[in-house]
Design a binder for this molecule. Structure first.
Ligand code: HEM
Length: 266
């Protein structure tokens, strides 16, 4: 697939981006509109299958979640269901949650409160690094945080078969997840059951999509590792890594299985 990857074009300040690295990468390579606006569900489902080899049921399910959060009907020339913008997915508390691996929490809103006029209809481009309020709703940051990325890279301790540097193994990503969970303050704002499951599921997706090596089921999945270079490219720069190849197929069951393996990792 490497020869046919559309070029990486970083987001411009006016482009809309989400807190999801997978979607931002799709937009940065033009698999979905580069401006991140008015995304057709069919186009998104196809891109998830083409690029990440996500199963059709999984792609439909997660696109429906996106429509639930950010869907609207576009009336011209005839009614069409669309995802309004990637940024709309940053709405705090629907899919988006605190304690993400490389995104700051939406909580410190008081540090950078930004209100837009209530009649503003302009698309919302990148959000700043701290919480942003639009029409009374809280949106999380959509750019990866350099310090959280550095912390994740320092969690890489597992030998990688082709990289000279240690990579992110199953126990490494478990440690990173727990570190982010523990950092939530005050404790009363801990993730609820559903968002906790989303957060571990996102870690599982990182291992599925970016990792190499087999998941050793008898040994908490050890054997699977993501190179530090891939972490930097995909999560940090939001582009497909230089050594990108289409991952093995995965869907809801595999994500759930890998999530369990990470949680059991030593
Ligand atoms: C194969 C497909 C996908 C993969 C591999 C993936 C992966 C990820 C990962 C790793 C994160 C966590 C980022 C972090 O911890 O900083 C994340 C977050 C997120 N994803 Fe995706 N994603 C996929 C598809 C989607 C789709 C289709 C949607 C919605 C339409 C979506 C919406 C979100 C949202 C709203 C977040 C923010 C959650 C948070 O607060 O961390 N994702 N995704």
């Amino acid at each position: 697939m490497s020869t046919s990857i559309p070029p990486f074009v970083p987001a411009r300040p006016t482009d809309s981006r989400s807190p999801c690295p997978a979607l931002n990468v799709l937009a940065n390579h033009g698999y979905i509109p580069h401006n991140g606006l008015d995304i057709s569900p069919i186009q998104l489902i196809r891109a998830l299958q083409t690029v990440y080899n996500a199963s059709l049921p999984f792609s439909i399910f997660i696109t429906l979640a996106g429509l639930w959060t950010a869907g609207y009907i576009k009336w011209t020339p005839w009614p069409k269901l669309r995802i309004r913008s990637l940024h709309a997915l940053a709405l705090h508390g629907v899919i988006e949650h605190d304690a993400s691996l490389v995104h700051e929490n939406a909580l410190p809103i008081h540090l950078s409160l930004k209100s837009f006029p209530s009649d503003s209809k302009s698309p919302t481009p990148h959000s700043p690094q701290s919480g942003e309020e639009i029409k009374g709703k809280l949106y999380a940051p959509t750019s990866p945080s350099p310090s959280l990325l550095a912390a994740l890279l320092s969690d890489c301790t597992t030998p990688h078969p082709t990289s000279p540097n240690p990579g992110l193994g199953m126990s490494d990503i478990k440690r990173a997840r727990q570190r982010r969970d523990k950092a939530i303050s005050p404790p009363s704002t801990k993730l609820d059951f559903v968002h906790e499951a989303f957060a571990w599921g996102e870690s599982a997706k990182i291992m599925c999509v970016l990792g190499v090596g087999n998941f050793d089921e008898d040994n908490e999945g050890s054997g699977r590792v993501v190179s530090a270079e891939r972490i930097k490219a995909w999560l940090g720069e939001e582009r497909l890594p230089d050594d990108w190849t289409r991952p093995e197929p995965f869907g809801i069951l595999k994500t759930n299985n890998v999530k369990g393996l990470i949680q059991k990792a030593a």
